[in-house]
Unconditional design. Structure first.
Length: 485
């Protein structure tokens, strides 16, 4: 007999303990070879004054077991409490969020019975780096960071996933018609990695039309790989249209550690009432069993669970007079699933999972590259300036005096639109001005020249708030042009 695999388990808040008890009872009855190590996370920990919501000892458990089955927690509002999910993902490097969304028609009502897609969302970068600044009275900034290795890892993960699960197509979603550099990088890396998987069909959709298509024709998608923010939004759209928002599980995969959970929250409105549907967490646990190399147990659980749904045994959230036969509470639902262990559904495709386990599947070999030759050819200086008129010609004429050994002002933009020289009177101007400096011919400049530019700007009485160096990489511009430049 297989030895028991130690896993880290957290019961969480709200409905967390009820759905975790139900889930663990089913896993135990199905013969899962696991040994839970219980850790404390969530409200109680936050109120002890630990702003991350996770006990320090818990990290040791996670480092040892490398597998985390987590019930939802309640994030207290305000008070400097940090989101535990974001902390866990970032601290443990869980870069891939994997969310299968499938319809369980005819047992759960949906307009899209053929939906069976998987969203693979980048989990660490993008606007979620959490680097924000208020720079002027009127303007706030949130930095969007996209890295080549970060993009390559998640895209490669998506292709490997497609290969392992016999999926036919991977669709990349970005907004590279607008963010040509950041989203453009993600799309470029997608095209590069795709060449290594000729057997898999590929496609790219701009995120706005992509989202609309998920809402209208979800059956055309198979695996979708995308950036953090877009992935966050489309996973909820996809879960909603399959009619299974309370049923979905998800995994967060890193090179070492993996975390499994339900997609919903702690539902404080129904906590302690034995009303919660444990299916979301159970589906997360099924993904965990596949991950730790117990796919046969995962199949037993998934098939018994689908059979229970098929027999019309439903919790209140999915109960419908027309299709349901019996309304049950959380623990009774678990007992009904246990009764059906060994059975398979008739009206839905029975579960079948990849064999061999997935531990270590997050480790990716990245393409070796020689770094590009980087040359500084200019600088953008951002200035906080608000006089009554907000007249771009006034700031422009004054800054034309700046000359640092040939490094001179070329143009000024406001919120990305060129306003000097030759701006349009109609363009609205905030108090946040970007002033671009180049040498003649856009030739190489030195850091000393940029320091001299700042000194002269200060002498003219302007308040500079930040600089952004302008580089070429192997002769290619590494910065966007202004609208109207
Ligand atoms: P929620 O998902 O907890 O609840 C939304 C609605 O869905 C509620 O009406 C709830 O009763 C219902 N619902 C959710 N899960 C259900 C289930 N298993 N069975 C039946 N009904 C269910 O979202 P919310 O109300 O926005 O958030 C509540 C708390 O959960 C917040 O503190 C939030 O920060 C937290 N949260 C945690 C996680 C996580 O730990 N992964 C994720 C999302 C939200």
């Amino acid at each position: 007999m297989m030895s028991k695999r130690k896993i880290t388990v957290a019961y969480g808040d709200g409905i967390g303990p009820e759905i975790m008890n139900a889930t663990l009872a089913i896993l135990d009855a199905a013969g899962a070879q696991i040994e839970p190590d219980i850790i404390e996370i969530g409200e109680q920990v936050y109120y002890k004054g630990i702003s991350s919501g996770i006990e320090p000892r818990a990290w040791d458990s996670l480092r040892e077991t490398k597998v985390f089955l987590k019930a939802p927690i309640t994030t207290p509002q305000g008070g400097g409490f940090k989101s535990l999910n974001v902390t866990t993902r970032k601290t443990l490097g869980l870069y891939a969020n994997v969310r299968p969304c499938r319809a369980y028609s005819p047992c759960v009502k949906t307009h899209y019975p053929k939906t069976d897609l998987v969203i693979i969302r980048e989990n660490e970068e993008d606007l979620y780096a959490g680097i924000e600044h208020r720079q002027t009275d009127e303007v706030y900034q949130c930095l969007k960071l996209i890295s080549r290795p970060g993009s390559e890892k998640i895209i490669r993960y998506a292709f490997e996933y497609a290969k392992k699960y016999n999926r036919k197509k991977v669709t990349c979603m970005t907004k590279d018609n607008i963010m040509k550099l950041a989203d453009g990088l993600f799309h470029t890396v997608f095209n590069e990695v795709a060449t290594e998987y000729p057997e898999i069909e590929t496609d790219h959709k701009i995120i706005d039309i992509g989202t609309a298509l998920i809402a209208e024709r979800p059956e055309i998608f198979d695996v979708i790989v995308t950036l953090n923010l877009y992935g966050d939004i489309i996973s909820d759209v996809a879960a909603q249209v399959t009619g299974s928002v309370g049923l979905g599980g998800s995994s967060n995969i890193g090179e070492e550690v993996a975390m499994f959970e339900a997609i919903h929250g702690s539902a404080p409105d129904i906590a302690g009432k034995d009303l919660a549907n444990p299916s979301g967490l159970l589906n997360g646990a099924i993904m965990m069993l596949v991950h730790i190399g117990q796919p046969e147990v995962a199949e037993r659980v998934a098939n018994a669970w689908m059979k229970t749904l098929e027999d019309g045994i439903h919790t209140s959230d999915i109960y419908q007079e027309s299709i349901s036969k019996m309304r049950v509470g959380t623990q009774e639902f678990a007992r009904e699933v246990i009764k059906r262990l060994g059975q398979v559904p008739q009206s839905m495709k029975p579960a079948s999972f990849a064999k061999g386990g997935e531990e270590g599947s997050g480790k990716m070999k990245l393409i070796k590259r020689t770094p590009a030759k980087k040359v500084m050819i200019g600088v953008d200086v951002f200035i906080d300036w608000s006089d009554a008129e907000r007249d771009a010609n006034v700031i422009g004429e004054r800054l034309r005096q700046v000359n640092a050994d040939g490094l001179k002002m070329q143009l000024i933009t406001n919120r990305g639109v060129k306003v000097y020289p030759d701006g349009m009177r109609e363009t609205f101007c905030s108090d946040h001005w970007r002033v671009r400096f180049f040498n003649a011919e856009e030739s190489a400049i030195t850091p000393d020249q940029t320091i001299e530019v700042l000194r002269q700007i200060k002498t003219l009485g302007f308040d500079f708030i930040k600089t952004e160096n302008l580089y070429t990489f192997d002769g290619v511009r590494g910065f966007s042009l202004a609208q109207g430049e």
